[in-house]
Design a protein around this ligand. Structure first.
Ligand code: TRP
Length: 358
């Protein structure tokens, strides 16, 4: 069986370092591994509209921003297909047929949907499009017969729901669809990078994100004002690692090579952590190290991003070509599905024969 990846992001803002450690970095590795037959990366604008339908301008203005973030991280249009969800209407048609296979209560039990309903205050009146988005996400994945979906932990319920839909479809109509596997980040710090203020989630509205497009000085300021251990007041105090954002970021980003280069008096992160918990290590020193690590990682991304932004017509063509390509693939799956569902009247020579033989 072919090995196929599909994944994507909602274009509701520029991408930040949480996206980077949670998925972008991995995607580039997977792309370069040469192990996959096809890799599809989708800008999920239709899904973004499910909770931003009153604000289409926001979605529109972030399409190219997200595309730039992708390219800046090293996703290569020669190796992956980058496309826009709404430019592949076949996905909507597939969604429509899947809607028969899922109950409303199952959707409302989806833990991610449940949390988002609460967060958005949708409890009393949930837009149908919003509760439906796990089904639409199942279409995104299955239209490309993806075998692997690399995502953050918060997307696990979506993949589970997709697998259920695949099993149900195949058991009713015959084996057409492929059950995908999830691929989570390997390092737990990467699963959910907190905001710079220590809050659980990075969010634009909280102003606690470091963006891939941030200038060096912005990164430095954000790092130097990061949340650490509030009880670590004097340098000599023993410090706590748990909930200490600076150390969580180091878990996600720092390598032994970074230590050799910027902080050679420590062999590795464990040695730094030991000193911190013992006492005698100040926050400023740790933050300066983290700043060096982040500057080294993000500098080249920011510079590449600027170069691509200067060639924005080329980026536009990449998305257009990718979306055309994605349509072909999703269309072929949709044709197979319709044949299995026996609703392919005009492609099916037996359709009239069945009538005459009645
Ligand atoms: N739900 C994903 C997110 O919020 C975006 C997304 C849409 C997606 N369709 C997908 C991810 C299909 C993986 C596969 O980030």
């Amino acid at each position: 069986m072919k090995k196929v990846i599909l994944t994507g992001d909602r274009p509701t803002g520029r991408l930040h370092i949480g996206h980077y450690v949670g998925s972008l970095r991995r995607r580039v590795e997977l792309q370069n591994s040469g192990e996959f037959d096809n890799i599809y990366i989708m800008i999920a604008d239709a899904q973004a509209l499910t909770d931003n339908f009153e604000n289409p301008g926001k979605v529109r203005s972030n399409i190219l921003e997200v595309a730039l973030d992708y390219l800046a991280c090293g996703l290569d249009p020669e190796k992956v297909t980058l496309f826009i969800q709404s430019a592949v209407p076949e996905l909507t048609e597939i969604t429509f047929y899947y809607m028969n296979l899922v109950t409303l209560s199952r959707l409302q039990r989806n833990p991610t949907v449940k949390a988002e309903i609460q967060m958005r205050g949708f409890e009393t009146s949930i837009p149908v499009g919003f509760v439906n988005y796990p089904i639409s996400q199942a279409s995104d994945i299955t239209a490309f017969k993806a075998t692997v979906v690399p995502v953050g932990e918060d997307q696990l319920p979506m993949i589970e729901q997709t697998r259920e839909i695949v099993r149900k479809f195949n058991s009713i109509y015959g084996d057409v669809l492929v059950e995908p596997d999830v691929m989570l980040p390997s390092n737990s710090a990467c699963c959910r990078l907190p905001g710079t203020d220590g809050k659980a989630k990075m969010s634009k509205s909280l102003g606690n994100c470091i963006y891939l497009s941030d200038e060096a000085e912005d990164i430095r300021k954000k790092v130097m004002s990061m949340y650490t251990d509030p009880d670590h007041i004097k340098v000599s105090d023993p410090g706590k690692l748990e909930g200490n954002t600076v150390f969580t970021y180091l878990d996600a980003f720092a390598t032994d090579e970074h230590f050799a280069k910027y902080l050679p008096e420590y062999e590795n992160l464990q040695a730094l952590k030991d000193h911190y918990t013992r006492g005698g290590l100040g926050d400023v020193k740790v933050k300066k190290f983290l700043n060096n690590v982040l500057q080294e990682t993000l500098g080249p991304i920011r510079e590449r991003r600027k170069q691509y932004a200067e060639n924005i017509e080329w980026v536009y063509e990449v998305l257009k070509k990718g979306s055309d390509e994605a349509r072909k693939v999703a269309g072929a799956t949709l044709d197979e599905m319709k044949a299995a569902m026996k609703i392919n009247y005009f492609e099916d020579a037996d359709f009239l024969k069945d009538f005459s033989n009645k």
